[in-house]
Design a protein around this ligand. Structure first.
Ligand code: NAD
Length: 352
């Protein structure tokens, strides 16, 4: 049965589990806060439901608690960093702090972060940058299981490779576009499979490469021993962006790309190429402020399409979800909550 709890209560329980898995109290609290913020933002697929997988990854040795980001190359406005398979919620934040200082100093920073464990919601890093007045672009690859099919291809070859763009807006809340390049999150297919629902047309192919609406093809092993795959979003264009994330996030950072058959390891590794720009140093700050404000005012005058609620900009749905869920609590489905409690029990915690 689904359970609804206040964010603080979930955060406290998750902190205890992560601490039992070997994290310092401070690390456990920071990772837990990041995951709960993903739930508050409406992205349950990247929230506390990840905890059982993180615990398994620690127990397998693929995720290393209490790891700090390391510097591979310091080139001033160019920074190459290594996450050492530490929590992405820790090494990712440390990497952004270093890169934001450089962007303030030089006007820009290109930061390559390799070998982080799961970075969670990439928008978190864009939100850090826009809060300091910086524009931020993020290209990320995922080493976990090749779950997304190339456009025109018949099986999964890469991950859900997220892309994110943060833009600070003068006198207004920022634009934060943050999305997976697959048509749908794999987590959503697991939920649909568990609820015995069909997926909409056009999202999935089966293990023989044929279109299907059965979400189980990416959840459970198929009769021929393989899996189906998710389609990339935006047809050939979204596919192109997914590849750019693999080439920039995986290859250019040195973090590695996917080119081997799937395995059953529980660790999820992300590498991320980040580009930061300080508008104040680009010489266009006044025009940027004026033009962005004028454009958004114009955009918002668009009448709501029939049956639609009107125009939003990226970042607004997450902010609205936070307001609602801080007030009403976070609902977690029974299966996910059971798995979280079981992860704690595995580490010797009492769940009563
Ligand atoms: P999604 O499909 O919900 O899209 C989210 C984006 O679209 C947000 O920027 C949101 O503000 C914007 N948006 C939503 N509705 C809108 C509307 N009506 N008008 C204007 N903008 C709107 O997101 P997703 O693809 O399911 O991704 C969810 C999360 O998963 C992201 O935070 C992403 O970073 C994360 N992710 C992480 C990994 C990883 O390996 N770390 C992999 C994939 C995805």
């Amino acid at each position: 049965m689904a359970i609804t709890l206040q964010a603080q209560e979930i955060e406290t329980r998750v902190t205890a589990i992560l601490q039992a898995a070997g994290s310092s109290p401070q690390e456990a609290a920071q990772v837990a806060a990041n995951l709960v913020l993903a739930n508050l933002s409406g992205h349950d697929s990247h929230g506390v439901g990840m905890v059982p997988r993180y615990v398994d990854a620690v127990l397998e040795g693929g995720l290393k608690p209490n790891t700090s980001v390391g510097t591979t190359l310091d080139g001033g406005a160019l920074l190459t960093l290594d996450g050492g398979h530490g929590y992405g919620q820790i090494v990712g934040v440390q990497a952004m702090e270093l890169a934001m200082d450089r962007a303030r100093e030089h006007g820009t920073c290109v930061m390559a972060l390799a070998h982080a464990h799961h970075l969670g919601r990439i928008g978190h890093f864009a939100e850090m940058a826009v809060a300091r007045g910086l524009v931020s672009l993020h290209f990320v690859n995922v080493l976990s299981r090749p779950i997304v099919a190339p456009w025109g291809g018949g099986d999964g070859r890469f991950g859900t490779n997220p892309c994110c763009i943060g833009i600070p807006l003068a006198g207004a809340e920022p634009f934060v576009l943050d999305f997976a390049t697959s048509r749908v999150a794999q987590g959503k297919m697991r939920v649909a499979h568990n609820e015995r629902k069909r997926a909409p047309e056009g999202l999935l192919i089966d293990e023989t490469g044929h279109p299907t609406t059965d979400p189980g093809v990416v959840v459970v092993q198929q009769p021929k021993g393989g899996f189906g795959a998710l389609m990339p979003f935006g047809e050939h264009k979204g596919y192109g962006l997914a590849l750019a994330c693999e080439l920039l996030g995986g290859a250019l950072t040195g973090g590695g790309t996917w080119h081997r058959p799937p395995d059953s390891a529980r660790a999820v590794y992300n590498s991320m190429l980040t580009v930061l720009v300080d508008p104040a140093k680009l010489g266009t700050a006044a025009a940027f402020e004026q033009e962005a404000t004028a454009f958004l005012a114009w955009l918002r005058q668009s009448p709501a399409a029939p049956g639609a609620e009107g125009v939003l900009i990226a970042g607004e749905p997450e902010r609205a979800a936070r307001e609602a869920r801080r007030r009403e609590g976070i609902t977690i489905d029974g299966a996910t909550w059971g798995e979280i409690l079981a992860a704690g029990e595995k580490l010797g915690l009492k769940t009563a």
